[in-house]
Design a binder for this molecule. Sequence first.
Ligand code: NAG
Ligand code: NAG
Ligand code: NAG
Ligand code: NAG
Ligand code: NAG
Length: 405
Amino acid sequence: MRFTSALVAGALAVGASAAGKNYLGFNSGATLPDRSAKFKKDFEAEFKAAQGLIGAPGTFNSVRLYTNIQAYSKDDPIEAFEAAIDTKTSMLLGVWTSGTDNIDKEISALKKAVSKYGSKFTDLVIGISIGSEDLYRNSATGVKNKAGVGAQPETIVGFIKDFKKAFADNALSKVPVGHVDTWDVWGNATNKPVLDAIDWIGVDEYPYYENDKGNDIKNSGHLFDKAYDATIAAANGKPVWVTETGWPYTGPKWDEAVASVDNAKYYWDEVGCRKLFNKTPTFWYTLRDSNPDNKMKFAITDNLSTKPRFNLTCPTTFDTKDETSTVSSGTSTATGTSGSGSATGMPSASATSGSNGSGSGGSNGSSSNSASAAAATQTGAAASQKGSGAAFAGAAVMVGAFALF
Ligand SMILES: *[C@@H]1O[C@H](CO)[C@@H](O)[C@H](O)[C@H]1NC(C)=O
Ligand SMILES: *[C@@H]1O[C@H](CO)[C@@H](O)[C@H](O)[C@H]1NC(C)=O
Ligand SMILES: *[C@@H]1O[C@H](CO)[C@@H](O)[C@H](O)[C@H]1NC(C)=O
Ligand SMILES: *[C@@H]1O[C@H](CO)[C@@H](O)[C@H](O)[C@H]1NC(C)=O
Ligand SMILES: *[C@@H]1O[C@H](CO)[C@@H](O)[C@H](O)[C@H]1NC(C)=O
């Protein structure tokens, strides 16, 4: 755990811009594993369990949501908002942007929430992601992996403008707007208009799914660092938030990657403890699995027990060497705070719609991913019908991304 001064500076810059907070949280989809809607009590149980986790290296009192819309409704605010208010949980919101020509229902649901709950709600909103992995799905790799319906950069930029316009005179006008995608997307010059339009970047990374890259658990920290550093280098000084990462505790093998409780613990230590927790805003995947189609399961606890599946307390020494960090962090350091201002950067995976394809199964790559997918799913589903597809799409995405390494 050696940090160069550049690295430390980078971390501080990001933290400072994020109002001094290096959020710790989990991803939370809009539906339960049986695909039924989550309601207030379900979210509340999650948020309380997250905050009470025994041995955690900090308080997990943030959450990343995939939609503003309550499942089973047209455009009612998701009940996670009320649960978050009651448990003082801060929120990274998400808007789904693939396979649609407008984000009107998301905007409508969010406006209703602002009217209904006022500052009790808006004070807890730490960021919003317009889109999730749309550019990956739109990329050569995404198409090859049948990741699902994506969106062109111009489309995402248009939705970002729509969102900002809709909330210009609203209490949420100062909330930093970002976009979540896979690392390789950001270095693609064609996508630069999106990078230019946002305040922060969200990145989802799953070394587990990086087949053909030597994805044995012992190499997971190195694979994570490579993708993370590439993201920071492409970010042009804007803050990078890690919106999804984790390692399954059970499920089929994926190339060299083995899902097990020991490996989930190793990944928590080598990636979470070494690189992320209390250093950069982080949304772990995950507290409760939601995607019934993903055979890989990631939940760090059973049935929302506060007793985790493995020891969450961070060790003081790590196997992974911080080789590349210096370079990239230097980059980010420079501008960390400037930019549009925001500190945040978290992405979300989302749920989208669309294709079923990826979700479960289909192609190898895709289904599993999971985590995100699951989460997303929920979202989408509720709101739009495309719902579940989207979620899966999210997962697929990740896979694809890794494949690029
Ligand atoms: C680069 O981005 C554009 C626009 O999103 C996409 O069409 C293209 O496929 C991407 N290039 C690669 C190599 O993925
Ligand atoms: C991926 O698909 C290929 C071809 O269908 C199959 O041989 C391989 O075992 C699959 N890999 C995984 C990890 O499922
Ligand atoms: C979690 O709940 C499931 C379903 O009710 C149950 O089968 C399982 O034993 C529970 N796990 C623990 C550790 O309590
Ligand atoms: C959990 O891990 C920490 C750090 O390695 C260690 O100090 C602690 O004793 C462990 N707790 C248990 C209950 O094993
Ligand atoms: C998506 O799911 C529907 C319903 O299960 C199925 O008919 C369709 O073929 C699937 N599409 C893809 C691309 O798998």
